[in-house]
Design a protein around this ligand. Structure first.
Ligand SMILES: CC(C)(COP(=O)(O)OP(=O)(O)OC[C@H]1O[C@@H](n2cnc3c(N)ncnc32)[C@H](O)[C@@H]1OP(=O)(O)O)[C@@H](O)C(=O)NCCC(=O)NCCS
Length: 177
C-alpha cells in the first residue's frame, strides 16, 4: 500500500513509534466513550490493537491507517477500514471507523482522513460497499457520516455490549470523490 496524502494529512501504515502517542489517545476516557466497552485502553491493549490492524493490512490489503499531520508529523489518530465481526447484520462486511486525539477534533481532520479512506476502499481497492455502525449518542460520528454521504440503513444491537447501533452504508455510485 502506498501512503495517501490529503491537503493536511498523511495516511500510512503503523510504525513502532506510534505506540506511545496512540496509547495517550486511548487513555482519554472522552475519546473512548463510544468505542467498544467505552473504557480507556492500556498501553498493552494499544500494542495489541496496532498488531491486529497491521495483521489486517497484511491479510486483507486494507486496514486502519495511522493518521499523521503533514508538517509536524504528529500522530492524530486512527482512521480506516476493518472487517466487521458484529453486529450480525454487518458481520463480514467492510466497515469504516475513526478515533482522533481530542486536541485534533473540530478541525475537519477526521472527515478529511475518512474521505480519503473511502476513496481508497471504493475506487482503488474496488470494495463494493463500506458500512459503519456508530452508537446513537455519537453525534460527532453521525456528522462525519453525513458529510461523507453515507446513508442510514437501519439499526441493530451490539451483541457483546448490548448497545444500540445505527447502521450506515455507501457504495461507489453514491460516493462523491
Ligand atoms: C468522531 C471524531 C473522529 C470526529 O472528529 P471531528 O473533528 O468532530 O470531525 P471533523 O473532522 O468532521 O471536524 C468537525 C468540525 O471541524 C470544523 N473545521 C475546522 N476547520 C476545518 C477545516 N479546515 N475543514 C473542515 N472542517 C473544519 C468544522 O466546523 C467541522 O464541523 P461541521 O461539520 O459541523 O462544520 C472525533 O470526535 C473522535 O475522535 N471521537 C472519539 C472517537 C469516537 O467516538 N469514534 C467513533 C466510535 S465508532
Amino acid at each position: 500500500m502506498n501512503d495517501i496524502r490529503t491537503p493536511r494529512l498523511l495516511l500510512r501504515r503503523w510504525q513502532e513509534d506510534d505506540l506511545l502517542p496512540l496509547a495517550e489517545i486511548h487513555a482519554d476516557p472522552t475519546v473512548m466513550q463510544w468505542i467498544g466497552d467505552g473504557r480507556p485502553r492500556s498501553l498493552e491493549e494499544t500494542a495489541e490493537d496496532i498488531e491486529a490492524w497491521e495483521e489486517e493490512w497484511d491479510e486483507e490489503g486494507f486496514g486502519l491507517f495511522a493518521v499523521e499531520l503533514l508538517g509536524s508529523g504528529e500522530l492524530a489518530g486512527a482512521v480506516g477500514l476493518y472487517v466487521a465481526d458484529s453486529p450480525p447484520e454487518l458481520a463480514g462486511r467492510i466497515a469504516i471507523g475513526w478515533r482522533l486525539g481530542r486536541v485534533y477534533w473540530g478541525q475537519g481532520y477526521a472527515s478529511e482522513a475518512a474521505h480519503a479512506a473511502l476513496e481508497f476502499a471504493l475506487q482503488d481497492r474496488g470494495i463494493d460497499q463500506v458500512v459503519a455502525a456508530p452508537r446513537p449518542g455519537d453525534s460527532a460520528s453521525a456528522n462525519v457520516l453525513d458529510k461523507l454521504g453515507m446513508k442510514a440503513e437501519g439499526s441493530a444491537q451490539d451483541p457483546v455490549h448490548g448497545h444500540d447501533l445505527r447502521l450506515y452504508s455507501i457504495d461507489l455510485t453514491e460516493f462523491e470523490g
